[in-house]
Design a binder for this molecule. Structure first.
Ligand code: FMN
Length: 382
């Protein structure tokens, strides 16, 4: 499977193009819209989310509620575009808007302008912006529909916002009713307090998102080639999210300080003959392959780069000192980042699923998974 996105933050809209999705997968715009909505919620988002009400238009690859096997094309309107027509016009305008030249530390502004020879940082901002993650979430919702067919479920929970930490329980109802997507109401309240404080001080916060995938089929990915090791592919997809700065499988960074005898997950067989583990510190991946346990991951996000009290910077044209450009912005995006991380994880898993079990027909894929699952036992007990 391949996922391409296009479109600018304040252009007419965003496109997601997903190729390689099996035919005959039941897919409705409402399935995708539910995740688009989840991405927009969360305490700490800025004014943009009050303007946008993201909804997808399926413009290819789906007919009569089912995928056809052709590339799936998804379109999301940018409602805010009406306010940006002059700035974002594809054709030259007679009175162009003032260029953005005061560089924002923490953003792609400087490196992007140097690399692409832009004299107006607007050309960088518009595509580097995380508005693009709406298209990723739409594509990820398609991947989730495929994973659901074989009983795999992807869920995120806020693990930390700034200094406030939680112990994720992955209680879906509690997560979805929390304004910061943290299942513990007391910790949620502390997180909200931190965000409000940062906002009042013109500052921003980062945090950590925890991810869990249940119902994982053992054997996705491979140890045989570096670029097909599943942990490597997942890490790349998650690290590609705007502001993501670190990924750990299980509790990898704690393990680095411990001994092998306590870290590695002992193997047992359950009464029904299935292989199992007495703990899951590997986070469900060994040797670049899923081992059948839940996938458990964490992604660290840096604080939002746009500050209402801007950092010292310089002007791209003159090189003279100037405070960084300020633009309407979020204070903390960890709740939304969790939904984006779900999408990226789901996409890599759906791709690995199709690579192993076939990408032509959803029915063939499910049948292949069922047959395969029946042999995942000790050899003499099959
Ligand atoms: C869902 C989401 C929303 C974001 N919203 C903003 C925002 O409103 N303002 C901002 O400055 N950065 C925002 N960011 C973060 C920037 O996109 C990010 O800091 C920037 O791309 C530079 O980080 P990078 O070096 O990882 O790409 C957001 C990130 C995510 C995941």
């Amino acid at each position: 499977m391949r996922l391409l996105t296009a479109g600018e933050s304040h252009g007419p809209g965003l496109i997601a193009l997903i190729d390689g999705v099996p035919a005959n997968l039941v897919l409705a715009a409402a399935d995708i819209d539910a995740d688009l909505r989840r991405r927009q919620l969360g305490y700490g988002r800025g004014g943009r989310q009050r303007i946008e009400r993201d909804a997808v238009r399926i413009t290819g690859g789906v007919r009569q509620g089912r995928t056809t096997g052709a590339p799936i094309a998804l379109w999301i309107d940018n409602r805010d575009a009406v306010n940006w027509e002059r700035v974002m016009s594809a054709a030259p305008v007679t009175e162009p808007a003032e260029p953005v030249t005061r560089l924002r530390p923490g953003h792609a502004d400087l490196a992007g302008a140097l690399k692409f020879a832009h004299g107006d940082v607007r050309d960088v901002i518009e595509r580097a912006s995380a508005r693009e993650t709406a298209a990723r979430v739409a594509g990820g919702a398609v991947a989730k529909a495929l994973l659901r067919l074989v009983g795999m479920d992807v869920l995120s929970e806020t693990r930390a916002i700034g200094p406030v930490q939680s112990a994720p329980s992955f209680d879906r109802v509690a997560i979805e009713t929390s304004d910061v997507r943290c299942a513990d109401p007391a910790v949620s309240a502390l997180m909200i307090e931190q965000i409000a404080k940062a906002k009042a001080e013109g500052d921003t916060l980062g945090g950590i998102v925890a991810l869990r995938v249940s119902g994982v089929i053992a054997g996705l990915g491979t140890f045989a080639e570096w670029d097909r090791r599943l942990d490597g592919r997942i890490a790349q997809a998650l690290m590609s999210i705007q502001a993501a700065k670190g990924v750990q499988f299980g509790d990898a960074f704690a393990q680095a300080r411990e001994r092998g005898s306590v870290v590695h997950d002992p193997i047992v067989t359950r009464p029904d003959g299935a292989f199992a583990r007495t703990q899951n510190r590997a986070g469900g991946i060994e040797g670049g392959i899923t081992n059948g346990e839940d996938l458990l991951l964490e992604v660290a996000f840096k604080p939002i780069s746009t500050l209402m009290r801007p950092l010292p910077s310089v002007d791209l044209r003159s090189g003279a000192p100037a405070p960084a450009h300020v633009e309407r912005s979020d204070t903390c995006v960890i709740p939304a980042a969790g939904v984006v991380a779900e999408a990226m994880l789901a996409f890599v898993l759906a791709d690995a699923l199709c690579a192993k079990f076939g990408e032509d027909d959803a029915g063939d894929l499910v049948a292949a998974v069922e047959r395969y699952r029946s042999r995942l036992r000790p050899i003499d007990r099959r």
